[in-house]
Design a protein around this ligand. Structure first.
Ligand code: HAM
Length: 413
């Protein structure tokens, strides 16, 4: 016998009995995001590597350690680790800046990051996300956050925590970075290897480090003082205050977390995450924020933008499982031609119907019907002779015989 091949580490099959949960999340995304005027976009899974090194940022773990990159015809190509950069590329390339603002796009699909797999963290995972272009006002931030919470509520997820922060603009952040570097300098040699690199390239990301010894250092009072200081400039402060005001008025509860910095380089001003206490260490179901510099950075006209993405596996793990969908009817007959014809007739009418392709004994077919369908549709000798069908309700055990023309009317679907 040949060796059985296994799925790659960090990837998973989504099996038929679970697909209904995925459909539910996708349908709700379409329904809720459409209400706010978002339109679906589908971009390629492969993009040129430069899109991510320039877009996501070459100081991030995603770009430095986690990308699936390969060469093809002398081009460096990468499986998308996230989709904001891809959607921004599509926005620019397809001239969407000519459309009247806001341009509101949503997407769903697989993303790839070469991370250490653990509960809630995979190498191929799926995101559903949105990006809104062209609005610099804080109403956009509030609308996107409100929509994220409404989408989660529509899935029955009410007890999640929204965390927000403002990263300021490149100008005021620069000052903050310098102060942070200054106060961290005496501890530089004690920081982990990654943090030592981040110290030079992107000191804000130090605050996000998960290494215990680094976390301890950041707890020191003089460092906390800098972290908690109000570094953002007047304009950024005004924007942030307005976002919070709108959220308050819309009844969105949130916690301010000054250490929320996000793992991607493109953010400015508002950033947010939505977390669950039922997910263990990988507790973020949603991450997003404003990225007013990215469109310009990727060659487009400078355009303010904001968005978020949610991990679909994490979402699905929080939703109670749905019962697998049953067939409407299972035709029970020892006459395959009649079963075939009747099944096709019902399928044309929109019903989900199967019959026994192997023509087993009547009793075996009834057993099978009880497992897979709501109704057994019995075509015995008498029914065939009289162009009737006996309909057995497999839940209630009741049975009636009707003319085949009336069959659909009799099924309480
Ligand atoms: P992100 O925080 O990297 O942001 O990912 C968003 C969400 O994707 C996370 O909160 C998590 O639920 C899920 N996720 C991330 N990595 C994994 C993984 N390895 N396994 C399972 N789930 C994962 C972004 O990707 C940004 N593009 C979001 C955004 C859109 N910002 C603005 N627009």
């Amino acid at each position: 016998m040949s060796e059985i091949l296994k799925v790659l580490k960090g990837t998973k099959d989504i099996l038929p009995q679970d697909v209904n949960m995925w459909h539910l999340v996708e349908q709700k995304a379409d329904e809720i995001f459409s209400k706010y005027g978002f339109k679906e976009i589908r971009t390629p899974i492969i993009e040129v590597t430069e899109l991510f090194s320039r877009g996501v940022g070459d100081t991030t773990d995603i770009v430095n350690k986690e990308m699936y990159t390969f060469e093809k015809s002398d081009r460096s190509i990468t499986l998308r680790p996230e989709n904001t950069a891809g959607v921004v590329r599509a926005y620019i390339e397809n001239g969407m800046s000519r459309l009247s603002a806001p341009v509101k796009l949503w997407y769903k699909g697989p993303m790839f990051r070469y991370e250490r797999p653990q509960a809630g963290r995979q190498r191929q995972f799926h995101q559903v996300g949105v990006e809104m272009f062209g609005i610099k006002q804080p109403t956009a931030d509030a609308e996107v956050i409100l929509m994220a919470t409404n989408f989660l509520k529509s899935l029955g997820l009410n007890d999640l925590e929204v965390e927000i922060n403002s990263l300021g603009c490149p100008k005021c952040r620069e000052e903050f970075k310098n102060r942070l570097k200054e106060v961290l300098k005496p501890y530089l040699s004690e920081l982990c290897e990654d943090c030592q690199k981040r110290y030079e390239k992107n000191p804000l990301r130090l605050l996000d480090c998960k290494v215990e010894s680094c976390k301890k250092i950041f707890e020191k009072p003089e460092i906390q003082e800098v972290v908690n200081s109000d570094f953002i400039c007047e304009e950024c402060e005004e924007h942030y205050t307005a976002v919070k005001l709108y959220l308050d008025r819309m009844g969105v509860k949130y916690i301010e977390n000054k250490q929320l910095v996000r793992g991607l380089d493109y953010y400015n001003r508002t950033v947010f995450e939505i977390k669950s206490n039922n997910l263990g260490s990988q507790n973020a179901v949603c991450g997003g924020g404003r990225y007013d510099g990215l469109v310009g950075q990727l060659g487009g006209e400078p355009t303010p933008a904001i968005g978020f993405a949610m991990g679909m596996e994490r979402l699905i793990s929080l939703i109670p499982k749905l019962e697998p969908k049953k067939l409407d009817g299972y035709i029970v007959s020892e006459h395959p031609v009649d079963a075939f014809l009747f099944a096709e007739e019902l399928r044309h009418e929109g019903l989900n119907v199967e019959f026994d392709l192997t023509t087993k004994k009547f009793s075996k077919q009834i057993e099978k019907a009880a497992k897979v369908a709501k109704y057994a549709l019995i075509l015995g000798e008498d029914e065939i002779a009289n162009h009737c069908v006996s309909i057995k309700n497999l839940e209630k055990g009741t049975q009636i015989t009707v003319d085949r023309i009336d069959c659909i009317k009799m099924l309480e679907l």
